[in-house]
Design a protein around this ligand. Structure first.
Ligand SMILES: C[S@@+](CC[C@H](N)C(=O)[O-])C[C@H]1O[C@@H](n2cnc3c(N)ncnc32)[C@H](O)[C@@H]1O
Length: 277
């Protein structure tokens, strides 16, 4: 059980139903670092403590979102992908997957998946596709890829290539074998020519300072998090082909302006084989 941080308690009548405001939660703290308003005192206190231990964390969050934008533009553009399964969506922010994809392709289909009740409460904001585009939202746990695939099949045709987006989510799957099972189950269900995009915190790339911040997070906030090395992430991608420039700091994945490395990996991989028509 995380230790409580000292903050003013949210009065009972102001607590949103079903949302735990006594412990910091990742979706809300991520929203805080991104400059959003969907967070509580406890999230801001934990977010500030992590920032004190790992001052680059706000740059990491911003670089991760910029990576998302570049990746979705690549996938919907050059790669010709028309369907996206975005697992670990986070709270709606400026450039969500469906908005970036729709700016490239009008008829894109996007399924969002998250298990945080506050993301669910804001899911309406993620469901604003203009026809012929379609978006849907699934309240599900990444540990249950079968449930995700089953529900996503109402919107996504798995007979056609799909992009599976897993940005900042596998770091909450602590066990490597479990992370492998999830990635394999999802990519096995996808046709050749489908893509997997991943971002993940690391102690590499100058991220040694992450250790203390992660220890603090795991004692005070939810869900518990871990870093992975390039070698561990590459192992998760076995059987897939890495798209240029491979596994790099997400800030350096096809940057559209001069950028420096931050301790957060980003990678896009494609399932080899002949794509369906
Ligand atoms: C760091 S945020 C990343 C958000 C977004 N993908 C991005 O890159 O900006 C991680 C998200 O994963 C969600 N998440 C964490 N554990 C999860 C789980 N077991 N199942 C589903 N979603 C989870 C959190 O609620 C949060 O919204």
């Amino acid at each position: 059980m995380p230790q409580e941080l000292t903050t003013d308690p949210v009065p009972e009548h102001e607590r949103p139903a079903g949302i735990d405001v006594t412990v910091a939660h990742n979706a809300r703290v991520w929203n805080y670092w991104l400059g959003g308003k969907d967070n509580f005192d406890v999230d801001r206190a934990a977010g500030d403590q992590v920032k004190a231990l790992h001052p680059g964390i706000v740059q990491v969050a911003l670089a991760d979102r910029a990576f998302l934008g570049r990746v979705v533009r690549f996938l919907a553009g050059e790669a010709g992908i028309r369907q996206f399964l975005d697992i670990g969506t986070g709270l709606p922010t400026a450039e969500n997957t469906h908005q970036v994809a729709e700016s490239v392709l009008p008829a894109v289909r996007v399924v969002y998946v998250d298990n945080d009740p506050i993301v669910l409460a804001h899911a309406r904001a993620l469901l604003t596709a203009a026809p012929p585009a379609v978006t849907s939202y699934i309240d599900a746990d990444v540990h249950d890829p079968d449930a995700i695939l089953q529900a996503a099949a109402q919107t996504i045709d798995f007979g056609k290539p799909v992009a599976i987006m897993m940005l900042g989510i596998l770091n909450f799957v602590l066990d490597n074998a479990e992370a492998q099972r999830i990635v394999s189950r999802l990519t096995d269900a996808a046709r050749p020519g489908s893509y997997l995009a991943l971002s993940h915190p690391t102690m590499e790339l100058g991220g040694e300072g992450n250790a203390e911040a992660m220890r603090f997070w795991n004692e005070h906030a939810r869900p518990p998090i871990r870093a992975r090395s390039a070698e561990e992430i590459e192992r998760l991608l076995a059987g897939l082909d890495l798209v240029d420039p491979g596994l790099v700091s997400c800030a350096l994945w096809r940057p559209d302006r001069p950028a420096t490395a931050i301790p957060h990996y980003g990678v896009v991989a494609v399932k080899p084989g002949r794509p369906s028509a």
